[in-house]
Ligand binder design. Structure first.
Ligand code: GH3
Ligand code: MG
Ligand code: MG
Ligand code: MG
Length: 315
């Protein structure tokens, strides 16, 4: 573990450095607060710092305040080293954001134990961050395919549509639905069905550009959100997805007939509201299904009009 030491007195600094080395720490030592603050702002900053209070230029307290004002992560554990031992001084140090303090001349064993306490806190914090990241991942991803889940892909589309209102570009969506998927479940069982869903998801992901988004929209339905992609681009991509899946012999079960998908494409030039755009793509997908499946259909103005008429009649 790396520790930063800021101490203006060369003898004390050397002593600290040697002691910490002996305990197995990797040490970065600097002679004043300014140098310490420079290092603490780096992305690869040590997460534990021992700061002397009184130093020329920027003192330990000022460094402490700056550290607490910058981004909260990675957390930097600060131990203030001070010749001041008045209660009011200690309170001032803690108020500035120090986690702990030690009065000089310090007792080596005490320092050792206090550093250990600091490490425990840093370890706990790292663990919390991992858990939080895992939770965030769970909340935004579909657990079977690891694609974005329905809520997240919907949000992504909303964000993209907001964006194009400002930038005057085009975003396209593709709704993809596996053909006769129920048969796979019925013939080979639900587990193979799950494996087919995962395979299909990965197969599509491999065809996409890095900035395209794909989410699991329903059971065997996927929604793709394609930023800065016009009708022609979206149709080409949809066709590539269709052929890629149709020609990929899924070997998940003996005698399995090639899997196919039907796709509905819609672009923001047709509809600029999230719901309308998705339902336009859905109408196109419905046509693709009715025209025999394993094909791509493009949404038209009629799909959007039909949608608003339907909405009107329900209102
Ligand atoms: P179509 O060509 O008209 O789309 O026919 P289909 O059989 O694909 O469509 P249908 O909507 O009739 O059936 C979809 C099936 O998908 C029914 C459901 O049991 C299955 N399904 C939904 N989610 C999952 C899942 O997570 N795992 C598995 N194995 N099956 C699922
Ligand atoms: Mg000093
Ligand atoms: Mg289906
Ligand atoms: Mg379906």
């Amino acid at each position: 573990m790396r520790i930063l030491i800021a101490e203006d007195d060369p003898v004390s600094r050397r002593l600290l450095e040697v002691t910490l080395h002996k305990w197995g720490y990797e040490v970065i030592a600097c002679p004043d607060g300014m140098a310490a603050w420079q290092i603490l702002q780096r992305p690869d900053t040590p997460s534990l710092a021992i700061l002397d209070w009184m130093m020329p230029g920027m003192d330990g307290l000022q460094v402490c305040r700056e550290v607490r004002q910058q981004a909260a992560e990675p957390y930097i554990y600060v131990l203030l080293l001070t010749a001041k031992s008045q209660k009011t001084d200690i309170i001032a140090g803690l108020e500035a954001g120090a986690d702990d303090y030690l009065t000089k001349p310090f007792d080596a064993n005490e320092l050792r134990m206090r550093l250990r306490a600091g490490r425990r806190i840093l370890d706990l914090q790292a663990e919390l961050i991992l858990v939080r990241e895992a939770l965030r991942d769970q909340a935004t991803h579909d657990s079977l395919t690891n694609l974005w889940n329905r809520a997240t892909i919907y949000e992504i589309l909303q964000r993209e549509l907001d964006h194009i209102r400002r930038t005057n570009t085009t975003v396209s969506v593709i709704l993809v639905d596996i053909d006769y998927f129920k048969r796979i479940n019925d013939t080979y069982g639900h587990l193979i069905g799950d494996a087919v869903l995962r395979e299909t998801a990965h197969c599509m992901q491999a065809v996409l550009r890095p900035y395209d988004n794909i989410g699991r929209y329903g059971g065997e339905e996927f929604l793709l959100v394609l930023p800065e992609c016009d009708t022609a681009g979206a149709m080409t991509l949809a066709e590539r997805l269709r052929t890629t899946i149709a020609t990929k012999a899924l070997t998940l079960a003996e005698g399995m007939t090639p899997l196919t998908v039907s796709l509905g494409v819609a672009t923001s030039s047709l509809a600029r509201e999230t719901e309308s755009l998705i339902s336009a793509a859905d109408a196109a997908l419905y046509r693709a299904k009715n025209s025999g499946r394993n094909r791509v259909e493009l949404a038209t103005v009629a799909d959007v009009t039909a949608e608003s008429v339907l909405k009107g009649s329900m209102a």
